[in-house]
Design a protein. Structure first.
Length: 437
RNA sequence: GUGGAUGUAGCUCAGCUGGUAGAGCGCGGGAUUGUGGAUCCCGAUGUCGUGGGUUCAAAACCCACCAUCCACCCCA
């Protein structure tokens, strides 16, 4: 058979896996530093657990099948719904507020394209049990600090609130729920298809007058910030909208107090498709135009109703999700990916079979000292061994031959400069540490 | 799921209006049996995405299918 991967699924060779692994570690460290604890759930869930949580579109994208025992199951579509299930199921063992992080693959049967895969890694941090601006701000600060730790500088978080979207539409005279959703979907595309495009879509899909559609679009278009929303809300006495405004402002103030205010903007055109969001919602985009089409790299929101679907108790929750694969693809395109991670710095070369034992002993000693060491196993001419060491990208080659063995030394060659020195075995580890520093 | 583009060596691609394949890079060997990268020499690759059709003759033209990429929908 022809070796191949499934559409939308990928292999990771060491050149990309090494930086990927490093990014994962950086994210784990950052999440842990923000007081989140690790957790894991199964890749497979009962179909019923996942169905109906993401909207009609989401349901269609579930990988679903019958297992060997005839159970209807599905691969998880995100990490949020499994978390909600877990919290409800283990309610007795969990102390609220509950903070956890979860880094794991999810599966969506979408048509793959740039920055979109059928299997991809999500990195989530969530807080369950608190509904407050402080909790909202905490996950935003966690996400932004994590991006910073990854070396991502040009990222901006667009913040909105479900009740701003629905409240503004109410106030503008668009009160029918299904038409509101059509409007929100269209408004989400403002930066993509422009005001005229959005007006056209609303007129077509919601079957309303062009004048009303224009009025709505004008209210959502233009610069971000709190003022345009406040202007629409002013004097209308829409309680939910007024509350949402206060909430947004409080969250922004808190993020600013943490020193990350520059990276957050209130953007009333941001919508999120997933049905379970109830409060603030956000998307993070990279500001470099070269990777703008790659889409959102860090998103999330508040989902106060979701856990309650799995148990009797309503538990508030808010979370953020980093799309590591998109971020990786973007960093790769921008040339910001760490180089040289897929290389083993020290290459030990046994010159012939008679020094195999001493060479392995040397490698073992260095490895025990915490150095990363590859031992040449293919043998052959010394020139071949150097060639392999060079191709590997190793920094230092250690020559172990019978002469060196007899003299109690090792030839240490710097592969970049070509410079070579005899170093006594006793001083070798210190010497190597100095060279690699 | 809808629309568009593209499929030739491991990779990037060339191949004119049809005459059964090429380059660069990479890979293997050698020049150099205890010293890599540069240079030079030699070498191996391929059912030209798959299947059918038109033709004396198809990588090229036609049809179908598959795959990849892009856009839409939706999203990380």
């Amino acid at each position: 058979m022809i070796p191949q991967t499934l559409k939308g699924f990928r292999d990771f060779l060491p050149d990309t896996m090494a930086p990927r692994q490093q990014m994962i570690r950086t994210i784990e460290d950052a999440f842990a530093r923000h007081g989140f604890l690790p957790l894991q759930t199964p890749a497979l869930e009962y179909l019923e657990t996942l169905l109906g949580k993401y909207g009609a579109e989401g349901d269609k994208l579930l990988y679903r099948f019958e297992d060997n025992g005839g159970r209807s199951v599905a691969l998880r579509y995100d990490l949020t719904v499994p978390l909600a299930r877990l919290v409800a199921q283990h309610r007795a063992e969990i102390v609220l507020p509950f903070r956890r992080f979860h880094i794991a693959p999810v599966w969506r049967a979408e048509k793959p394209q740039r920055g979109r895969f059928r299997e991809f890694l999500q990195c989530d941090a969530d807080i369950c049990g608190v509904d407050s601006p402080m909790a909202d701000a905490e996950v935003l600060v966690t996400g932004l600090a994590t991006l910073r730790a990854l070396g991502v500088s040009g990222a901006r978080l667009h913040l909105n609130h479900r009740d701003v979207l629905f409240g503004m539409l109410d106030v503008l005279g668009m009160t029918e729920k299904t038409k509101q959703i059509i409007c929100i979907r269209a408004i989400d595309k403002l930066d993509k298809i422009g005001q005229d495009g959005v007006v056209a879509e609303i007129v077509r899909e919601a079957e309303i007058e062009a004048s009303q559609a224009s009025e709505i679009v004008r209210a959502f278009a233009g610069g971000g910030g709190i003022e345009p929303i406040a202007a629409v809300a002013a004097g209308k006495g829409h309680a939910a909208l007024d509350t949402a405004l206060l909430r947004l402002q409080a969250v922004v103030d808190l993020v600013a107090a943490a020193g990350l205010g520059e990276q957050v903007v209130i953007d009333r055109s941001i919508a999120r498709g997933l049905d379970y969001y109830t409060g603030i919602i956000y998307e993070t985009r990279l500001t470099d135009p070269k990777v703008a089409s790659i889409g959102a790299v860090m998103s999330g929101g508040r989902y106060d109703g979701l856990i309650g679907l799995f148990g009797k108790e309503q538990i508030a929750a808010v979370g953020i999700s980093i799309g590591l694969d998109r971020l990786l693809a973007a960093l790769q395109e921008l040339g910001l990916l760490a180089q040289g991670l897929a290389q083993v710095p020290i290459y030990v070369m046994p010159l012939d079979a008679s020094v195999a034992g001493p060479a392995l002993a040397l490698a073992t000693e260095l490895r025990a000292a915490g150095l990363r060491v590859e031992l040449d196993l293919a043998g052959g001419r010394i020139g071949k061994q150097f060639e392999r060491a060079g191709k590997r990208g190793s920094k230092i080659a250690l020559v172990v031959g019978s002469d060196e063995l007899a003299a109690g030394v090792v030839q240490v060659k710097d592969l970049a400069s070509g410079e070579q020195a005899k170093v006594a075995r006793a001083e070798l580890i210190d010497d190597l540490r100095r060279r690699l520093a």
